[in-house]
Design a protein around this ligand. Sequence first.
Ligand SMILES: Cc1cc2nc3c(=O)[nH]c(=O)nc-3n(C[C@H](O)[C@H](O)[C@H](O)COP(=O)(O)OP(=O)(O)OC[C@H]3O[C@@H](n4cnc5c(N)ncnc54)[C@H](O)[C@@H]3O)c2cc1C
Length: 463
Amino acid sequence: MNTPIKALAATTIDTFSSQIRGEIVMPSGSNYDEERKLYNGMMNKLPGMIVKCVDVADVMACVNFGRENKLLISVRCGGHNVGGLGLCNDGLAIDLSGIKFVRTHVSTKTVCVGGGNLWGEVDHATHPFGLAVPAGIVSTTGVGGLTLGGGVGYLSRKYGLTIDNLLEADMVLADGSFVTVNAEENADLFWAIRGGGGNFGIVVSFKFQAHEVKNVFAGPTLWPIEKTEEIMEWYHSFLHNSPDELNGFIATMVVPGAPFPEHLHNKQFCAIVWCYSGDMNKAKETFKPILAKNPIFDHLDEMPYPRVQSLFDELLPSGMQWYWKADFFTELGPEARAQHLKFGSTIPTPLSQMHLYPISGAAGKVGNEETPWAYRDAKYAGVIGGADPDPVNVEKMTKWCKEYWESLHPYSCGGAYSNFMMDEGQERVKTSYKHNYDRLTKIKAQYDPENLFRVNQNIKPAV
Ligand SMILES: Cc1cc2nc3c(=O)[nH]c(=O)nc-3n(C[C@H](O)[C@H](O)[C@H](O)COP(=O)(O)OP(=O)(O)OC[C@H]3O[C@@H](n4cnc5c(N)ncnc54)[C@H](O)[C@@H]3O)c2cc1C
């Protein structure tokens, strides 16, 4: 049973405050409502206290304060989690957004990043050196949540998931201690945080392997929704037989407006958003078979890597209503393709979409037990996302997501990528970690036996 912050004595809070260099935001504070905003506007969490940490000492003090007073603890980096897991009700919200730094080490092609950074900040700092760390496709996403869950994006086929490029992390554990984890030191913890989420402690610093990526050839190609089945069948065999430099996620979507030409607005499409990270001299040749499929629209061009990473930022501002359902898939068979056509033709709001992110190439070469990410042999991490600025549309977009998901689930692998899940219960978490779940529960029991870090896709400590 947790103690609500409001039940604590004033002297207890005063003693804690004296240990904090960052800002403490209480419900009575004038900036409380601003500070408790999450990316998903549907999530209305009311923490008892938000601590905007600025250094590791702040994080350690928070963890000790939370544990000693039996508070519910949440940890927020970018606040992008669609399930709203960056904040909790009544408890202590540890905000890492003040712990930001990006240090690019050119000679080793490694990058050290703060526990509160956003991916756009990492891309900005590495790009001048011609380097990039594989991440997701939206630059406002937090490094913390995305990395600890796995991290799938445009460079996954060439360089693996974000966790495949994690070399080391500095963490504050549930007992308030500070540890460094890597392949040699605390190797069990290092294994667990590469997909097991924020279950094992608070990461205050990440060290990544970066790769030589300067410009990419990227952009969308669109086909009328009626062509969904044909394009999906072709895409499945084409992409997974292409060089790993070529990536592209396939979607059913609506063209919401500018910058697309007006005649496409509010129509439904089967889309592929491509990103080729190989030799730019070979890009045009690489895209020939794609353009031979006669997309109704394409907007492919060479661009700096940070540009492709931020293509969707404007379209998807913080504060919209979001509802997600997800699954892994190995195939895109005829029955599944028919469902994509059916539900792609009835998209309920202009920003609602279905995405299938490829996990072949380098991401698929890692063994199913090498990290907690248990579905390396799947070909796609899929997500059906309802999105709209207006709460009035929540019901219809949620219904569409659920029905679309139910129609596809029989053709899925059974589990989902944890970062694409909302609050779906313990069984779903277990299924999503599959054979790795037991090992994760044992590591959890060793490092967080009281389940202090449980506002996440929770791994229960083994008894
Ligand atoms: C528009 C959009 C696009 C997305 N695109 C992609 C994509 O392309 N690829 C992809 O893989 N994912 C993608 N995601 C999913 C994303 O990875 C998750 O939402 C992720 O949880 C966001 O991380 P965050 O730090 O912003 O989240 P937060 O809400 O801040 O935190 C999420 C969870 O991570 C934990 N956590 C965060 N930071 C730390 C830390 N430093 N130490 C310990 N625990 C921590 C929190 O406790 C919480 O449980 C996308 C999400 C959105 C909304």
